[in-house]
Design a protein around this ligand. Structure first.
Ligand code: SF4
Length: 64
C-alpha cells in the first residue's frame, strides 16, 4: 500500500503523525508527508487509522 498526503488540502494538524509516526512526518513547511515509499505490513493498520482520522481527508491511497 502506498499513501500520499495532498499538500493542498493538509492543514498540518499533526494527527496522522501522532497515530502513525512510522509513515507520516511533518515537513519543514508544517504539513504532513509520507516518509516511506510503501507502507510496511506491520504499519498498515495504524496507517489506515491515520488516513481515516485525517479531518480534511488529505491522505490518499495511490496505485503501487
Ligand atoms: S491528519 Fe491530515 S490534515 Fe492532519 S497533518 Fe495529517 S494529513 Fe495533514
Amino acid at each position: 500500500m502506498k499513501l500520499e498526503v495532498n499538500q493542498d488540502v493538509c492543514i498540518g494538524c499533526g494527527a496522522c503523525h501522532a497515530v502513525c509516526p512510522e509513515v507520516f512526518d511533518i515537513n519543514g513547511e508544517g504539513f504532513a508527508e509520507t516518509i516511506v515509499d510503501t507502507v510496511a505490513e506491520k504499519d498498515k493498520e495504524s496507517a489506515i487509522d491515520a488516513k481515516e482520522g485525517c479531518p480534511v481527508f488529505a491522505i490518499e491511497e495511490v496505485e503501487e
